[in-house]
Design a protein around this ligand. Structure first.
Ligand code: MG
Length: 356
């Protein structure tokens, strides 16, 4: 199988501010796999250095390490075996995610079926075909502005667009003022979740969550950094706690350290790794939902397909393509949901976004 690797730089409309830094431009790695018959599948890695500590250069190097393994694969090589062979030459989940997505895309195109339908066949047995359409996945809007007025305007826009959940970045200073402004703009019925991106100590997290709780908070993602600190917050927090960045720490899926876990295609090593992680997380007692790391449309589509198999317990953080500048969103949210692509593979009309 022939591998092609390309780098994409995608600008955001406005700086995306979180407790772990600000992002105004996004590097993505586009991987193309061509099988011996000439059929092509596309995959993507969306590493976010300030989030997962991995950059696009490392992902490209990880993909290069897989080139010979992929080239040696014959036409009938099985997806899981090929992925396992690649995992022997690179341990980087972000590189494996790009290969896994391209393999799923290729399988779907070969079969003329969307990935969600292939997943349904794998999990329910080949005889269970299920309904003709996958439907849509409930998603949240993300508010990543550091000032009250912009955050409130984004909250009002999310409400009029029909979202039932918004996520607000915290740990930025003026969290209480900004959250009060968002609550005033969204009204009482919309769920507000907060994300500290690991910025707080245990003591800061507990003090902040006690102060913010009267606004009405659905959950707090990554209040502190690491499994033990997050377990300590969860034990005393007035607000349910979710693992996000720390979900990829060793042992995170073996025992439940808090109520919820947020899983991402790129840090789990693709759709295959995400489904495996979701099974283990549920077995440990976590509620599960999915999110993007500001992925391009291939990563968002992959998460939507995976979500049909996972059945997320909460709204997913996948409505992020609208944050990019000068690129039409091929997977827009409508009334707080994104339709799962129904074309073959990961979906039709996704590649134009990358401008390659
Ligand atoms: Mg998060």
């Amino acid at each position: 199988m022939k591998l092609q690797v390309r780098f994409i730089e995608a600008r955001l409309r406005a700086p995306f501010v979180s407790g772990s830094g600000a992002v105004d431009s996004r590097g993505l790695v586009l991987a193309t796999l061509q099988d011996p018959s000439g059929l092509v599948g596309f995959g993507e890695a969306a590493p976010l250095p300030h989030y997962d500590g991995v950059g696009t250069d490392e992902v490209r190097a990880g993909l290069e390490d897989c080139r010979d393994t992929l080239a040696a694969a014959d036409r009938d090589a099985q997806h899981r075996e090929l992925l396992a062979a690649c995992a022997e030459v690179t341990a980087l989940p972000q590189a494996l995610a790009a290969i896994d997505l391209a393999l799923w895309d290729l399988r779907g195109r070969r079969a003329g079926e969307p990935v969600w339908r292939l997943l349904r066949g794998e999990t329910a047995g080949a005889a269970a075909r299920g309904p003709a359409r996958a439907g849509a996945i409930e998603v949240n809007a993300t508010i990543a502005a550091a000032d009250r007025a912009t955050a409130a305007a984004q909250g009002a826009a999310a409400r009029s667009a029909g979202f039932r959940c918004v996520k607000v970045k915290v740990g930025l200073g003026d969290d209480a003022g900004r959250l009060a402004a968002v609550r005033a703009a969204t009204g009482p019925r919309i769920a507000i979740r907060v994300d500290a991106n690991g910025a707080w100590s245990v003591e800061e997290a507990l003090a902040s969550l006690r102060a913010l709780e009267p606004v009405g908070i659905e959950l707090c993602e990554e209040p502190a950094s690491g499994l033990e600190p997050i377990a300590a917050v969860a034990a005393d927090s007035p607000v349910p706690v979710a693992l996000d960045e720390s979900a990829s720490r060793p042992g995170a899926l073996e025992r439940r350290v808090c109520e919820l876990i947020c899983l991402k295609v790129v840090s789990c090593g693709g759709i295959t790794g995400l489904l495996d992680a979701a099974r283990r997380a549920r077995a440990a007692g976590y509620e599960v939902y999915l999110a993007s790391t500001l992925d391009g449309p291939l990563g968002i589509a992959a998460a939507l397909h995976a979500a049909t198999a996972v059945g997320p317990d909460r709204a997913c953080g996948l409505a992020t393509l609208g944050l990019f500048e000068g690129r039409d969103d091929p997977l827009p949210a409508q009334a707080g949901q994104i339709a799962v692509p129904d074309g073959p593979g990961l979906g039709d009309g996704l590649i134009g976004w990358y401008g390659v």
